[in-house]
Design a protein around this ligand. Structure first.
Ligand SMILES: Cc1ncc(COP(=O)(O)O)c(C=O)c1O
Length: 439
């Protein structure tokens, strides 16, 4: 069987060279993983090859986007064909309309659509719309939810550092105090707390933004009635409800978590899987909420918005995922469920505190004393150093994982891939179970 080496000399050498020119040797904070940022050469289906020639079974899917697996042939040929016509016109083209029509058909709240390039800027657009429409400056977000890296959503993403007691923790330095004033951070899945806050301060609050599944911490699903409760409260207090579907969109359901859980927000943002790894995000919403973009009262722009390659990639993604009554999406959901069940069986034998939870096509794994991790507070019990070590042991066995515990499954993952992943997990957990505990 394929045995990758335990060191990655070429990746390491590239990282050293990169560190002299790229800040921190990377292009994104999230790539500063263990044992050091890795370099990759190519990827196909469920596999990726690193600079040292190691073949890795991949459950990162490039942090989620590659829902069809890497380098899907139909996707690449559609992108190639689109590029033959030119890369960007700074004007509209037919395919944007076809894609917007598809989103309108699939996503319950998508009466109108605007394209952007990244999730962060799409989120920014929705908050600006809400501020304009309500005349209220503040918005509610939830502890542990990530909505991109721009200023006013960069609070309450992680827990405050030890000793810091007041206010939501900033996600890194350089954030203006004024941005903190925009945001009220509340515990997720706690409807009573939302209700109390709106009753007291509803006149200041224009929007409530939520990941419909708390995917970025523990992959916690909404409590029964929670999303519907948010809908009702937002209606009662005249607040716009925004679903951040950057992770859940096209993954839980082609119509997003809104369709999956049967709750229709005023605005939603899609990205990641939407264009299978090409830079595209969409702001979608009910006509009244999108109206200021239509009238030009609120500005939204972007030189690269709706570029050919990304739109072609999204059209191909929709086509493949919708084919045969959505078989590809159903298949990857089944694969995700089977993988979770397999991991739980392995954990029961080898490491009972290895917890696996989440809906089918994405889930979280981590070490916690809690059988089910149900709140942001409980996610703080995850033993992160131990999970980092687990990821390193998985990498040595040829399986690439996201260090913070999220697993993504694609349409390209096969039963054989599952078996390989489970065998690797058993080995990694056994090794850990017998190793001395790291302090
Ligand atoms: C839920 C959520 N919202 C927004 C974003 C930001 O998207 P982008 O990285 O495309 O700016 C992310 C990125 O991981 C995300 O997970």
């Amino acid at each position: 069987m394929f045995q990758p080496p335990k060191t990655y000399p070429k990746s390491q050498a590239w990282f050293e060279r990169a560190s002299r020119v790229l800040s921190g040797g990377v292009s994104s904070q999230f790539r500063r993983g263990e044992p050091h940022p890795m370099f990759y050469e190519r990827a196909l289906g469920s596999r990726i090859w690193d600079a040292d020639g190691n073949e890795l079974l991949d459950f990162t899917l490039a942090q989620g986007p590659c829902i069809l697996g890497y380098s899907h042939p139909e996707l690449l040929s559609r992108v190639h064909a689109a590029l033959q016509k030119g890369q960007l016109f700074a004007g509209q083209h037919e395919e944007e309309v076809l894609l917007a029509e598809a989103l309108q058909r699939l996503i319950p709240c998508a009466e109108r659509v605007r394209f952007s390039s990244t999730g962060s800027e799409a989120v920014h657009t929705t908050l600006r719309l809400a501020r304009y429409l309500t005349g209220r400056a503040k918005f509610i977000k939830f502890e542990g939810h990530y909505h991109g890296w721009l200023d006013n959503v960069s609070f309450g993403v992680n827990a405050p550092a030890a000793g810091v007691s007041s206010g939501p923790a900033p996600w890194g330095g350089g954030l203006p105090e004024s941005a903190r004033e925009d945001v009220i951070v509340l515990p997720w899945n706690d409807l009573e707390c939302v209700e109390k806050t709106l009753a007291q301060r509803g006149h200041e609050i224009g929007a409530l933004i939520t990941e419909p599944v708390m995917a970025n911490q523990g992959c916690i699903e909404p409590a029964p009635g929670f999303l519907a409760g948010l809908r009702e409260l937002c209606d009662r207090y005249g607040v716009l409800l925004i679903f951040d579907e950057i992770i859940t969109g096209f993954r839980l359901d082609l119509g997003g978590a809104g369709r999956y859980y049967g709750v229709v927000p005023d605005l939603a943002v899609f990205g990641k899987a939407l264009a299978s790894g090409f830079p595209l995000s969409a702001v979608v919403g009910r006509a009244h909420a999108m109206k200021p973009l239509e009238t030009g009262a609120v500005y939204h722009a972007g030189t690269l918005n709706g570029n050919h390659a990304s739109v072609a990639a999204a059209l191909a993604t929709v086509e493949v995922l919708e084919r045969d009554n959505g078989e590809a999406l159903q298949q990857l959901c089944r694969t995700g469920v089977a993988l979770q069940e397999g991991l739980r069986e392995v954990a029961a034998r080898v490491s009972p505190d290895f917890r696996v939870q989440g809906p089918g096509p994405l889930f979280h794994a981590g070490f916690s004393p809690h059988e089910t991790v149900a709140s942001f507070h409980e996610t703080l019990t995850f033993d992160r150093p131990r999970y980092t070590l687990f990821c390193t042991k998985m990498l040595e066995r040829g399986v690439r994982l996201i260090g913070r515990g999220l697993w993504y499954v694609s349409a390209a993952h096969s039963e054989a891939d599952l078996e390989q992943a489970l065998e690797a997990a058993e080995g990694a957990l056994r090794e850990r179970a017998t190793a001395p505990r790291v302090a």
